[in-house]
Design a protein around this ligand. Structure first.
Ligand code: NAD
Length: 288
């Protein structure tokens, strides 16, 4: 569809954004659905957030995705926040409805949806989740909101550990039915004993990501039982060392690429009310 006087604008704000796959994924979807929208990436630094939000309103943009380092800073400009965005204090999706801005965070929804598409429901399950950064926090909060029975969080005693302590307090307050625990990732005995009665194990740390693709947080592969679902948020490489070892041990494994796709699918639905043409987008941009 050619750009017209009525073409609606969507975009991505944050920095850097030059490497982002979002413009291609969204514009391809608009083309397939014959929708009169274009999606562009805007390099926005933290001190430019207020101007960027004002531009979203002025240009009557349908909305925007938000990436680092702006995910937290945009929250104060929202008229409303989704439950997960409010608890986490971060947004990756802003929807503009006639000047009213609502902030959402779809990373955790993308994780849960990716599991669902692979036949795994987090409802009623116990998860052991390694990590306390942006991806981990979004997953932990969303799994609690979506009915996980228990979540055991493991993180190194680094700067992120405090964030995990806050996540634990937030989940206890907002989702009191979900049992949530926090342990030191270096306490491997505790890690392995928590995994032994978990349904799902998730790596949401940077371990396993290029150039550390030979690393894994799970050094004892005996923890990989056949009925344990092993998931990783790392998508580069597509199969991390942890995923490869779990797969070899007969576990059901789910990598991080689907989470990346489905956080976009969830945002697309929020922006347009329509379903992204997942099959085509997956085939073109997410082939594994
Ligand atoms: P972050 O910087 O916010 O968090 C980093 C996490 O890694 C923290 O928990 C930190 O404690 C942990 N960590 C760092 N070094 C470690 C080490 N040596 N041993 C153990 N833990 C260590 O990062 P993030 O944005 O949460 O991203 C984490 C990973 O998730 C990255 O690989 C990123 O590419 C991936 N990610 C994937 C998706 C997706 O859609 N699949 C989305 C976001 C992030």
């Amino acid at each position: 569809m050619e750009v017209s006087g009525r073409t609606g604008l969507l975009g991505l704000i944050g920095t850097p954004v030059g490497h982002s796959g979002s413009p291609a994924m969204y514009n391809y979807s608009f083309e397939l659905l014959d929708m009169d929208y274009k999606y562009l990436a805007f390099d926005i630094k933290l001190d430019e957030v207020a101007n960027a939000i004002s531009a979203i309103k002025t240009f009557k943009m349908k909305g925007a995705n938000v990436t680092m380092p702006c995910k937290g800073a945009v929250c104060e400009y929202m008229d409303e926040l989704s439950p997960a965005a409010r608890i986490i204090g971060a947004c990756n999706t802003i929807v503009n409805e006639n000047g009213k801005l609502t902030g959402h965070i779809t990373d955790g929804q993308g994780y849960v949806r990716n599991l669902k598409e692979n036949g795994v429901d987090v409802k009623g399950k116990k998860l052991t989740i390694m990590g306390a950064g942006g991806a981990a926090t979004a997953i932990q909060v969303q799994c609690a909101l979506d009915g996980a029975r228990e979540i055991s969080i493991f993180n190194k005693k680094d700067d992120f550990f405090q964030r995990a302590e806050k996540t634990v307090e937030d989940i206890k307050k907002e989702v009191p039915n979900c049992i949530v625990n926090l342990y030191d990732l270096d306490d491997t005995e505790k890690l392995y004993s928590e995994i032994s009665d978990s349904d799902i194990l998730t790596n949401a740390t940077i371990v396993g990501m290029k150039p550390y693709e030979n690393d894994t947080n799970i050094l004892d592969t005996n923890v990989f039982r056949k009925d344990l679902v092993v998931t990783d948020v790392v998508y580069n490489p597509i199969k991390t060392t942890m995923i490869l070892e779990a797969e070899k041990a007969g576990c059901k494994v789910i990598g991080g690429k689907g989470m990346l796709l489905y956080q976009g699918v969830e945002a697309f639905k929020l922006f347009t009310g329509k379903d992204m043409p997942v099959k085509e987008v997956k085939a073109k941009y997410f082939a594994e």
